[in-house]
Design a binder for this molecule. Structure first.
Ligand code: WTA
Length: 631
């Protein structure tokens, strides 16, 4: 970062794709596709949207009243009709929609026909519980096929799902249930992790203590003996499904009706409920899975993200199903029973397109090439990465050791808020390790200074998106101010991504990381404020600040600085208690790896903690402008 600020050009490596890559290339060439988009943006999106089935066509492609956009005005659709019926109609009834591999080796296969039936019947089961169009259903489940069924069943009947990652603790879950006003919670008795079953239902029970909106809990029971259910309030997943009618026609949704809410960590205490709508999201997910990930009809496609994150929503579920692809999904962690498991699964299922995160790649690098080299990875055709910067070393390893130098590797930049890919290197274009790439056709982005003016090549600036796109979020918790805060500041009018970036002479963008108070740990984004408020809720803590400290494997770890309540004794047990407390409130992903006790925290004169100063000190670098620091 310092080099680039000084205008020094990092040494750039470029991989020019061999001729055969052109075969997979989605557009004939990037430049002409991008120019076509710029000439007629509405026409570009109209053509993409026309591949999909709409119950009623739109009157207009978009309405843009800065900063509010609507897409496919007055069009009617149902995303599940496009994920399911569209393929049944195309004679792909018996094609595999989903291969699922359990941690203990159990396999489940759903064809498109099976999935269609399951979704319809579970949709009716939800209706029987009183769930209707617009009602919110919270899904807190492990990565099992029933999770996909539950999400699609909501979309089928017009209910809004809010999926919460099953690694979150009770208080984080409670916040999301209350924030979204969920009427029903769907969970499982337990999830499998490294050979152990981790109970989920007790966490839900605790999360429901102050959650008055919840009327029913649906429990998927996989354990033996099955967990007991509370009469009337808790019901069994398969019992209610089997008791329901089989046929469930798709609810007709307006393009701008809500499809889902997904919480992402905020820079203030409360997580932000990002709302995506039916029409625009469907078009964005379809377009990018087809054109960026290049999933083809005969492929077996694996996105390793958990459905609890946006990558799981768009690229493990909706995008590939919109294409009629065969999805592979597993609850396996990358290192259990050993670090060869993912490569073994690639061989066993003949995975062609593999989409994962830099943190996983960096973990594998530590264990060496012998593990992947034990398996036949020749089915792989395309590799992709998401979640945080794919550093050049990790790029090289992924490209050479896994892809054997033959698979295009696309590093995809996007966010929960953007709904689908924004910046990447399309298959067939020259690849530059360390650089995500260029805005895809359909996206206008730039690197700008705080006044909104583009900065020169290799100068650090803010990554900004200047035109609306179909899968952009529509609201944040129905809070207009929060939504506006992404778009408006006194100096500029564009969507602020809150990421820092540089651009090279060819327009390739390198993402440097967040400019705000989010910490990306193993690709999961955690708000400093969430960790701090969890710590402060412990009786021994007077004040706390959290920062992301760079880590070779996880990208960042959480480090907390804590001011203890007067008279508290600093024992090793206390540190353990504090970590345990964060784990219980927020979940294991947010637990600080390091805790340092301090007497003061650097603050601005207005009393805001200057985490940037703590971070600079931690990393031994210059803290930059500290004129606002209160001495
Ligand atoms: C970071 C995940 C560098 C970035 C899809 C962004 C990335 C945040 C990349 C969003 C990438 C995501 N290169 N950084 N390819 N992809 N990020 O909402 O800081 O969980 O703002 O969405 O992740 O995280 P989120």
């Amino acid at each position: 970062m310092t080099n680039s600020e000084a205008g020094i050009r990092p040494e750039q490596v470029v991989y020019c794709p061999p001729a055969e890559y052109r075969e997979y290339a989605p557009f004939r060439d990037y430049e002409s596709a991008y120019q076509n988009y710029l000439k007629d943006p509405d026409g570009f999106w109209r053509d993409i949207a026309s591949d999909l089935l709409w119950f009623r066509q739109w009157d207009k492609v978009r309405e843009w009243e800065y900063p509010f956009a609507k897409w496919f005005i007055n069009a009617k659709l149902n995303i599940t009709y496009n994920c399911l019926e569209r393929h049944l109609k195309n004679n792909r009834r018996n094609k595999v929609a989903l291969f699922w591999h359990g941690e203990n080796g159990t396999k489940k296969i759903y064809t498109y026909d099976h999935l269609h039936r399951a979704v319809m019947q579970f949709g009716n089961a939800l209706k029987n519980l009183g769930v209707g169009k617009g009602d919110v259903v919270c899904i807190y489940m492990p990565t099992v096929p029933e999770q996909v069924v539950a999400m699609l069943a909501c979309a089928r009947i017009g209910a809004v799902h809010t999926v919460v990652f099953a690694g979150y603790g009770a208080s984080a879950l409670n916040q999301r249930i209350v924030g979204s006003n969920a009427k029903v919670v769907i969970t499982a008795d337990a999830s499998m992790r490294r050979g152990k079953s981790i109970p989920l239902k007790p966490i839900v029970e605790e999360a429901l203590i102050h959650a008055p909106s919840v009327e029913r809990v649906v429990v998927l029971r996989n354990q033996d003996p099955p967990t007991c259910l509370l009469d009337d309030f808790e019901v069994d997943f398969y019992e209610i499904m089997q008791a329901a009618e089989k046929k469930c026609p798709p609810e007709e949704m307006d393009s701008e009706d809500r499809l889902f809410i997904l919480y992402t960590s905020g820079t203030t205490g409360a997580p932000k409920g990002i709302v995506h709508t039916c029409g625009g999201y469907m078009v964005g997910a379809y377009y990018t899975t087809k054109y960026v990930l290049n999933v083809k009809d005969n492929d077996v496609y694996w996105c390793t993200a958990d459905p609890g994150w946006i990558t799981g929503h768009t690229y493990a579920i909706y995008g590939p199903l919109l294409l009629g692809a065969t999805i592979f999904m597993t609850e396996s962690t990358p290192d259990y029973p050993d670090v060869g498991i993912w490569w073994k699964l690639i061989e066993e299922y003949g995975i062609n397109v593999f989409y994962t995160a830099p943190t996983a790649i960096r973990m594998f690098m530590r264990y060496g090439e012998d593990w992947p080299n034990k398996y036949d990875l020749s089915s792989l055709r395309i590799l992709a990465s998401v979640g945080e910067p794919l550093n050049p070393e990790a790029f090289e390893w992924f490209y050479h050791v896994i892809g054997k130098g033959k698979c295009p590797l696309t590093d995809t930049w996007w966010q929960t808020e953007t709904g689908s890919h924004m910046i990447t290197t399309l298959v067939g274009e020259p690849m530059k390790p360390g650089f995500a790439g260029k805005p895809i056709p359909g996206v206008v982005a730039d690197v700008v200074d705080s006044k909104g003016n583009p900065v020169g090549p290799f100068q650090t600036g803010y990554l900004a998106i200047t035109e609306p796109w179909p899968s952009m979020m529509r609201y944040v918790n129905d809070d207009e101010e929060k939504y506006r805060s992404y778009w408006e500041s006194p100096n500029h009018r564009y969507y602020s991504t809150n990421d820092l970036a540089i651009k090279d002479d060819d327009g390739y963008i390198m993402i440097l990381g967040r400019s705000d108070d989010l910490i990306i740990v193993s690709g999961h984004n955690i708000g400093t404020a969430e960790v701090e408020s969890a710590l402060v809720s412990h009786q021994a803590v007077a004040e706390a600040a959290a920062i992301g400290k760079p880590d070779a494997v996880k990208g960042n770890i959480v480090k907390a600085f804590v001011i203890l309540v007067e008279g508290t004794v600093r024992t090793p047990k206390l540190e353990h208690d504090l970590k345990y407390h964060v784990r219980q409130t927020l979940g294991p992903i947010a637990v600080p790896s390091e805790i340092e006790y301090v007497d003061n925290l650097p603050k601005t004169r207005s009393g805001k903690i200057m985490r940037r100063v703590l971070k600079a000190k931690e990393m031994g670098v210059d803290p930059g402008d500290i004129t606002t620091l209160d001495e």
